[in-house]
Ligand binder design. Structure first.
Ligand code: SF4
Length: 169
């Protein structure tokens, strides 16, 4: 026991190195999205994230958009606390039976025009949770979906590319 405590004091933490995205590519993506949203909406894009029943892997990638590495707020994009202030709902799934009504109410509370982006493979077809007694299924079975971003989970760069495709469509 004493030996393990001693090793724990001397050993470096067993954590993975932080990802290092191409900062030039990231800056270009962020600026493109900001330009597209200003052209389409006349202002910056406001995003509301809805976890309809995910394992939280997709949330980790979505949250990374706001961390010190990606920092999308520098491009004027922001996450909002209420669907009433949102242009885009980023929905992760699958939709569980317990979250179905909350998702429908969130969708109805979001003013038009609005976009819905289903994030991750579970949001597309239930993914690893497909067929579970606790799940309704894909996001599109509950509310209309404008875009699906694939991945388990999709990384922050894929999320930004998806948002650009959405706003420029
Ligand atoms: S797509 Fe993958 S990371 Fe996202 S909720 Fe499903 S299992 Fe989790």
């Amino acid at each position: 026991m004493r030996k393990f405590l001693f090793q724990g004091l001397l050993r470096n933490p067993l954590t993975e190195a932080a990802p290092s995205p191409d900062q030039d590519a990231l800056a270009e993506l962020g600026a493109s999205l900001a330009r597209a949203s200003r052209r389409r909406l006349g202002r910056s894009l406001s995003i509301r994230e809805v976890d309809a029943g995910s394992c939280n892997g997709c949330e980790l990638e979505i949250h990374a958009l706001g961390n010190a590495i990606y920092d999308i707020e520098r491009f004027g994009l922001r996450f909002v606390a209420s669907p009433r202030h949102a242009d885009v709902l980023l929905v992760t799934g699958p939709v569980t039976k317990n979250m179905r009504e909350a998702l429908e109410r969130t969708y109805n509370a979001t003013p038009d025009p609005k976009w819905v982006v289903a994030v991750g493979d579970c949001a597309l077809n239930g993914g690893v949770f497909a067929g579970s007694y606790a799940c309704v299924g894909a996001v599109a079975e509950v509310i209309p979906v404008d875009l699906h971003i694939k991945g388990c989970p999709p990384d922050p760069m894929a999320l930004l590319k998806g948002l650009i495709a959405l706003v420029e469509a």
